[in-house]
Write a protein that binds this ligand. Structure first.
Ligand SMILES: Cc1cc2nc3c(=O)[nH]c(=O)nc-3n(C[C@H](O)[C@H](O)[C@H](O)COP(=O)(O)O)c2cc1C
Length: 183
């Protein structure tokens, strides 16, 4: 693998309930191969698509889902936020993008975003019409105004069976963005 600046970096991945979640497994593997220390945080709904066990097995780190799990030693949204060299939310659903734009903190994925001073990278993925809805467009603009880096979705064959915008950016683009943001 090509030399990267990811070695030893604490990359926190916030994972949401989008169908493109299966691509995140490969993204995590690429980060691990580049010797980043990867920790995953998932929304409750994301765990209906892929279990935390998958990401735990890939990263060899605990996966955090429940903000109120008292078996955690630390207050996770704060400790993860402090630990992060970069925080990458992928796939970012319309729902989570809305929460982020409004400063909501009702789960670990969004509360980590507002508790961190690290760069936040948001990778949206959704149906074409959702991606072009004024609310989503406006929320993504709001996130840009907060200094978040948005990795634009791409045109391609969507899970709903039609060609359109809203496909998760390819992993190479996301990795390059992470590397650039860590410079
Ligand atoms: C099969 C299926 C696929 C979905 N794919 C997406 C998607 O790609 N993008 C999206 O924004 N929402 C998608 N949704 C809707 C989200 O799962 C739903 O809004 C969820 O509450 C988001 O939760 P989260 O943002 O807390 O992860 C999908 C739902 C289902 C049932």
């Amino acid at each position: 693998m090509q030399q990267t600046n990811l070695k030893g970096k604490n990359v926190i991945i916030g994972i949401c309930a989008g169908i493109a979640i299966y691509k995140v497994c490969d993204l995590v593997r690429s980060l691990i191969k580049a010797e980043a220390n990867v920790t995953c945080v998932m929304t409750e709904d994301a765990t209906k698509f892929v279990t935390p066990l998958t990401f735990q097995s890939l990263t060899k780190n605990k996966v955090f889902v429940d903000m109120f799990d008292t078996s955690y030693f630390e207050i996770e949204h704060v400790s993860l936020a402090q630990k992060a060299d970069i925080y990458v939310i992928v796939p970012a659903t319309a729902n989570t993008i809305s929460k982020l734009a409004n400063g909501m903190a009702d789960n670990l994925v969004v509360s980590t975003a507002i508790a961190t001073t690290a760069k936040v990278v948001v990778c949206p993925a959704m149906n074409h019409n959702m991606y072009h809805h004024k609310a989503v467009v406006k929320n993504l603009e709001t996130l840009k105004s907060y200094g978040y880096e948005i990795v634009d979705a791409q045109r391609g064959l969507l899970a709903c069976g039609v060609v359109g915008d809203g496909c998760l950016a390819d992993n190479e683009t996301i990795l390059k963005t992470i590397e650039n943001q860590l410079k």
